[in-house]
Design a protein around this ligand. Sequence first.
Ligand SMILES: [Zn+2]
Length: 106
Amino acid sequence: MPNPWGIPKDIEDAVLKRDHHCVYCGSEFSTERAKKKSWEHIVNDIRITSLDNIALCCVGCNASKGSKDLVTWFNSNNAKKRGITSETIADVVKSALNLKNSPIVK
Ligand SMILES: [Zn+2]
C-alpha cells in the first residue's frame, strides 16, 4: 500500500498496528475493491500527520468522504447510507468529533 502523504514511518507503523478495521464503517479490510485499506486524514489537512489524524479506512468510505469536512460528512446521508454511526467509528474518530465523553449524537 503506497503512502504518498509523507506520513512519518513511526506514525505509519503505529497506525497499521492500531487500525485493523475501517475507522469509519468498521469493515474488515479485504482485497475487494471497496474494502481495500487506504490512508486517511481524519481532518482534511495533509499537514497534520500526527497519530490522532492519520488513520486507515476502506476505499469506499474514503471515496464517500472525499474532501468533505469530517463533521459534515458524518452527518450526511452518504455516511448514513454506509451505515456509519457513532457505534461504528473508531475511538480516534470519536475524539476528532468530540464524541468521546458526550452522549451519543442522534
Ligand atoms: Zn469504511
